[in-house]
Design a protein around this ligand. Sequence first.
Ligand SMILES: Nc1ncnc2c1ncn2[C@@H]1O[C@H](COP(=O)(O)OP(=O)(O)O)[C@@H](O)[C@H]1O
Ligand code: SF4
Ligand SMILES: [Mg+2]
Length: 334
Amino acid sequence: MVKPILKIKNLSKHFALGRGLGGLSLGGEKLLKAVDGVSFEIARGEVLGLVGESGCGKTTTGKMIVRLLGPTAGQALFEGQDVQRIPRRGLSEFRGAVQMIFQDLDAALNPKMKVRDILAEAVRLGERHTKQSLAKRLRELFSMVNLKPSKLENYPTSLSGGEKRRVSLARVLARKPRLIIADEPLSALDLSIQAQVANLLKDLQKEYGLSFLLISHDLRMVELLSHRIAVMYLGRIVETASAAEIVRRPGHPYTSALWTSTVARKKGAKVVGQLRGDVFELERPDEGCVFRSRCAVYQKKGKPKQCRVGADPELRQVRKGHSVACHFPLGKGK
Ligand SMILES: Nc1ncnc2c1ncn2[C@@H]1O[C@H](COP(=O)(O)OP(=O)(O)O)[C@@H](O)[C@H]1O
Ligand code: SF4
Ligand SMILES: [Mg+2]
């Protein structure tokens, strides 16, 4: 088997919390298990979508992969190397090879610098250039993200949301990354611009064979852009499968509810039923399945004991390439 570009093994991040904020009590200290034993792989040239409601641990997972946060336990291996153990002399290369695009459109763009200088700075971190070759490289980067060269003279504040997103993409591409962690890359954009940027991401991925971890709360968007999808719920991966399979035959009751609510919201309908409640306010039970307070199957089956006792269910294969963490996975789809 070809080695994955990224392998996540039992990655966890637990935050210590003040009293009264929920979370688990451990030796008097409250812990929030933001990411809790997450494992997955991304193959070279693959787009893995990581989807789940706000607060389920997606950004925290991304930050551990790019080494902005250290894990409480577990490892993120990039091209076989534990990112936490990359020596100082290898860090610059790593920061070019694995990059994160943040949800906040202004995060990576210094408002006091012209777009030209922002990009030039990124290019120079990885390449030596003469004045002429640098100008050529900047034009090349702009054409990769479909921006007019005249915009190079702008300051970020005078750009539209879509243009800022394109500049942040060009800035990432300047370092010739092999893996991009894109955290909600479309969510700050107007609906009309979202499709354009989604297409751009798709084209770039194909043309340059990039590997992506595509983070989003929007299952529909993730389905359109990903080869495979991992569904996350309160710090755990509850389902993984190909994008088509996840949508056609969801195995976890949460995935099914997420899809129903996504489609309903897109159609402008009021979301009723399964996904009520805000994940930030939910109790995280010490025992049993953490999804049960919102699970339709749990209710329908009369609150079975398997869901209430023992550990949270582990991911188990239900079909080739399709794993579900549920004692009663959905059978033949909807
Ligand atoms: N630095 C931090 N300190 C304490 N709690 C945090 C911190 N960062 C994130 N969290 C909490 O961890 C959980 C997961 O957050 P996050 O990874 O941002 O989720 P998502 O990206 O899926 O919305 C949330 O409950 C969030 O409040
Ligand atoms: S294990 Fe039980 S509570 Fe959890 S998702 Fe499956 S059916 Fe629902
Ligand atoms: Mg996030």
